[in-house]
Design a protein around this ligand. Sequence first.
Ligand SMILES: [Zn+2]
Length: 169
Amino acid sequence: MTEVGHILMGATVGVLCRPKALTTKQTVVHMAAFMILATIPDLPFKNWGHDRYYFSHSVFVTLLLIFLFLLPFLFSRKLKMQIGGALVLAGGACSWLSHLLLDSFYNHGKGIAIYWPISSARLALPIPWFDVATGSSLHIIQVMLIEFASYSPILLLAIWYKFKMSEHR
Ligand SMILES: [Zn+2]
């Protein structure tokens, strides 16, 4: 999955978890955080990302890092409330974990080593129209457009749902 798919999925989770009372500036920070969380496994750090695919895309490593990330919020109610509470924290974890699921959708069928280091089994849920973004620039743009066309309706649905829910309060 390119960052287009991951960012749109992070934005979708961010919309669904957005606390009602946020200002515009807080909403921008909230949404940016969710989009970044969804791309963490691919961030170009040393010994991370697709250089160490098995490590950065392991569900066990991801859960450990999420736990370490959440620790300060678990011990400080004030800190937790500043970012919007438990729903935002759970949503952030879901946004990060969504990356692993989306990467399993590649149509090459190789899957991702999600169970490392416990097992070398791979999770592969190939969807025919999700190609790997390699080769010519035209092909990469085509892959990104397909991801945009696939995930933007889900984001729009989340926005619509959130809007409808706010009308009933
Ligand atoms: Zn990835």
